[in-house]
Write a protein that binds this ligand. Sequence first.
Ligand code: NAD
Ligand code: IPM
Ligand code: MN
Length: 355
Amino acid sequence: ERTYDIAVIAGDGIGKEVMPEGVRVLEAAARRHGFTLRQKWHDFAHCDYYARHGRMMPENWKEEIGRPDAIFFGAVGWPAIVPDHVSLWGSLLQFRREYDQYVNLRPVRLMEGVPCPLAGRKPGDIDFWVVRENTEGEYSAIGGRMFEGTDRELVMQETVMTRKGVDRILKFAFDLARTRPRRLVTSATKSNGIAITMPYWDERVEAMAASYPEVSWNKFHIDILTANFVLKPHIFDVVVGSNLFGDILSDLGPACAGTIGIAPSGNINPEREHPSLFEPVHGSAPDIAGQNVANPIGQIWSAAMMLDHLGEKGAAAEIVAAIEAVLKEPSLRTRDLGGSADTASCGKAIAALLS
Ligand code: NAD
Ligand code: IPM
Ligand code: MN
């Protein structure tokens, strides 16, 4: 019997509301496909924990988590209690780095029935992957503040790109493109203005492309790239970007495809030396938390990505199909999609299709 150990961390805000729906669907898929999920829920990496302990996670969090097959994560952040950089560097960003989850893989797909904010777009017109570098780049803790409180006050922060770090994310993007019918990689750059790291990024893209003659590629500066997400979303297949550019594109893409509420992600260590972490793209949404109106599909689609990663391809595909079926039904859509279904009824409807 196939058994998987899953570390479950719900986090803050709507993380606590969408996680039960993700787990509900996982359990339905497990029953149906004859595997077992051993869940270990962790009561840390949320801001109430910080309020009690002065830190986001126990010192021995790695021991607590152990060696699960994957981590299923909700969302972290409650800026009224803990500054965002403290809560995120104390949890999610630590996982990404400590577990060397250097790929952040985020699909962008316009699903049938989902109202699209872009005029004239239909399903099939928007169907691409954002491949985001997830461990270095603009997200660095290197820098500092000087002359604090004076008129010479100064802050600076370094962007770090290593050859290993850039090449491995580019390789992942080109490998992914090779499995797609269109075989196209688009690189997000800004080498006209960011004159050291971004020309380096471009250079490595060109070098990587040379070893993938069967994959075509192009590049756009990030400013016009964001415009093209809106104006010409059909031209994209695999879009690869640095940590910050990938972050921005992976909210913009799903918004162009209807809502960030359904967007999933995999924070992946492709070598499988460490657990990978699956979570929705969205955050803890304090503005709607506690109302049972959050869209649970980002969490549920992340569950599908997790099962796919664990090798349960059939179960993963069925969850995505169930999501598609439920999205076609207006009465099952949550508020972000113009509907009035609540979080739990949307999750239950998806789980029901798997029973
Ligand atoms: P957010 O994604 O939490 O919310 C942005 C907007 O989208 C809000 O109006 C929210 O109501 C809406 N929204 C988000 N998810 C939704 C869902 N599932 N259904 C319906 N509507 C949804 O981004 P934010 O407001 O910038 O950040 C809020 C907090 O979350 C901050 O503390 C931030 O640091 C944190 N955050 C965490 C993660 C993460 O854990 N991966 C990601 C992004 C932001
Ligand atoms: C995401 C989030 C995080 C990021 C934040 C919460 C640090 O926006 O996962 O996209 O910027 O990576
Ligand atoms: Mn983000």
